[in-house]
Structures are given as C-alpha cells and as structure tokens.
Design a protein around this ligand. Sequence first.
Ligand SMILES: Nc1ncnc2c1ncn2[C@@H]1O[C@H](COP(=O)(O)OP(=O)(O)OP(=O)(O)O)[C@@H](O)[C@H]1O
Ligand SMILES: [Mg+2]
Length: 447
Amino acid sequence: MERILVVDDEQGVRESLLAILRDEGFVAEAVATGEECLAQLKTQSYDAVLLDIWLPRMDGLEVLQSLGTESGGPVVVIISGHGSIETAVHATKLGAFDFVEKPLSLEKILLVVRNALKQHKLETQNLRLRREMVGQVRLIGQSLPLRRLREEIDAAAPSDGRVLIRGENGTGKELVARAIHAGSRRSEESFVEINCAAIPEELIESEMFGHVRGAFTGAVEGKQGKFELANGGTLFLDEVADMSDRTQAKLLRVLEEGTFEPVGGSTTTQVDVRVLAATNQDLEERIRGGRFREDLFFRLNVIPLVVPPLRERLGDVPLLVEHFLQEIRGRHGRGPGSLAPDAMEALQAYAWPGNVRELRNLVERIVIMVQKEVVERSDLPGSMRGADPGEDPFSPGRTLRDGREIFERQFILRRLAEHGHNITRTAEALGLERSHLHRKIKALGLD
Ligand SMILES: Nc1ncnc2c1ncn2[C@@H]1O[C@H](COP(=O)(O)OP(=O)(O)OP(=O)(O)O)[C@@H](O)[C@H]1O
Ligand SMILES: [Mg+2]
C-alpha cells in the first residue's frame, strides 16, 4: 500500500486531506510543521509527501531543501496558497514534482497524487536497476539519514580525497568504503583492505609497507606491502585507531609524500594510492591522551563521514530485513519469506546495539531456525519482542484511560529505543521534562 505524509499547519486541511486519501485506500498520516515532517521521515518511509508551502518557522521550501535531491526518496507535491504560484514554481525547481493550489479541489488533489506516485514508482525501479548494475555494494535504506549518507558518498567518491568513516560497530563502515571505491575513477583497480586491530602491532608495519628478505626473524622471503598492492587503487585502513607510534609516523609520511621504505629495506618506493580509513573509536580522545597523532588525523580526515547507528534510522529496518531475508534464504534454499506486521513492529522498536550486523545475524538465525512461511513475534528472541502488542488500545471494554495508557507505553518505548534509551534525549524528543519522563516510566512500569 502506498504511504503518504501530509504536512500542513491548518488542522482542517490536514483532516480533510487524510479523509480523502484514506478513502482512496492510501495509508496517510499528517503532521503540522516542517520540523515534524523531517523527524517523521527519519523513522518512517513514505512514497509521497503533500507539503504546505506556508508553515510556521521552517517553511516548505526549507523542508524541500533539507530533503535533498537524491532520487528514491518520497516524491513531493507542494500545496500552495492562492497567489503564490511563483513560490510553487520555485519549489518544483528544488525538486518538488508538482503543486496544487488552495482552495484544494478533491479531483485535482487525487490526480496530482496519482501522477506523483506513478513517477515515484518509475524512479525507484530505475534506481534499483541502476544499483543492481553497479554490483553488490548497495547500502539498503531510504531513511533520511541514510539517503544523506548516500549523497555524501556520491559527492566524495569521485573526488579522490581521503575519507575518514566513523560510526559504531556494525553500522556499515566497510560497506561505505567499498561504495566509495566503486564510485571512484579507481573502481577498476584494486580495493585492498587492512584491519589494523586484527594484526599484531609488530606486524602491521610489514603488512602495510612490506619487508625485504631477512628484515626480521622469520622473514625468509621478501614480501610486498598493502600499499604496493593497492597501487593505482584504494587502500582501506580499517580500525585505524590501533597503530603503534612508529607505524603512525610512517603512514604520515606516505600520506604526505607518497613514498616509503619496506621494513629492513633502503630503497624508496613511490605509490599512488587513495586512502580510506574507518574507526569506531573516539580519535579526538586518543589524540588528547597522546595515543594518536593529530597531524595524522588531519591527513586522514579530509572528508569526514559518519554512519548513523540503526536506532536513529529505524525506518530502514523493514527494508534491511527484506533484503537480508532474500539474500540468506537464497543461499540456504529455504526459510521464511516475510515477517508478520507485529514482529516487524517489535524490530522497529528495538535499539540494535549491534546495528546492522546484529540485524543480519538475527535474520540468518531466523532463516535457519524458523520453519514457517511467516515469522511471528513469538519467534523473535525475548529481548527483541518489546512491549506486548496483545495490548491493543482498541480492544473492546477498554476505557479511554486504559487506551491512553497502552498507547503512551508503546509510544514511549518506541521513542526510547530510537534514542538509544537515553532519557535526556528521549525527553527532549517527547517534549517532556526529564523528571516528568522518569515519573511516567515508573508509572507505566517500563523500567
Ligand atoms: N545499509 C546497509 N545495507 C545493506 N547491508 C548493510 C548495510 N549496512 C551494513 N550492512 C551489512 O551489515 C554488516 C556489517 O557491516 P560492516 O562490516 O560494513 O560494518 P562496520 O561498521 O565495518 O562494522 P565494524 O565496526 O564491526 O567493523 C555487513 O554484512 C554489511 O554488508
Ligand atoms: Mg568494519
């Protein structure tokens, strides 16, 4: 079913648009401000947005600008006030698909929405085809943070600039590095990876720069380093925070001059390598503690990229689940085809401390363990089941008070998950005082 978000500050307009759209069988939701619209797009995915141009504080044009121009996002239809055609035209230049004028006519709205959705479908199909041609390096997700990240990757990739990729464990840093390589003019050359944390200190230097025969005990033969192997292509320094002073100094020199000597050797080698680096450590903290060179940091951090944790883009969970289900099921030749809605809901309310890798592992486990076509909520590990949705606020016999309590509980749990169970940030997002949220959590029995 196609999903539409209505953004208008007039309650009357919101209500009538919701009624019309729902009558036509669309899933429609509404918010009153530009800020709410952006927040909503972070966690939910929509096919179309009906966006009022005149909004308090952040207006429609600003919203449009923050949405960016990458295709694959929702298609935007502008609702313009009478006599603001010029602004509406400007909006279409910023990427809006079309506009309708107030007062709104039912036929006109539906016509424009249908056209917009058709366009959206074509665009996403195209995009998918193009991505499939590019190969396996696909970052799945349509949430705002992920689309932003893709835009940044697209901008950084062809530039040949060094990129420092930061993010928590399992967020997709390596995938981002591969995507940058795939989008660069070096894509036909090699992509070489070196995991600085997985190699013992004393061997990193030789791994990176190679060694000559007899350079150290056990070096019976000379060996090429990764810098040489990556010549012409890309070298990905994973877990870059973990390196000895000596290796840091040597790395700094390659970055500055493009030259180095293999361990135990005296001939200088010149290479043309684009360096990408990744870390989940707080490098600034390491610099302050004297464990990481600041000059090296600046050399690596020419283009900073941050991969957002999954809990800040829970809207991507369904797409990721579907993607991994297809992939892993294909490999095993059996396994469930989909998740029941309440199971998916529970996963969208989970905090994912292990990020996308944790989600992938979960799907792998499901494919192996669950022998049904549709995965139910009770098939999920206990920690992921979340609030009991058996608690339906609409069940017969509920009082308004019961219903409100159930809704509040589910709403607060979901927001807590989205903010990594951080009380201060959740309270801010909910528009509550911290102490008030604490009391609510107690009262609702959530702790
Ligand atoms: N947006 C995404 N779309 C599809 N797959 C993803 C996405 N993000 C991550 N993955 C998958 O999740 C797993 C973990 O990703 P990756 O290894 O790139 O994370 P990482 O940040 O490098 O993790 P670590 O910090 O542990 O090194 C991989 O299997 C990767 O293919
Ligand atoms: Mg990694």
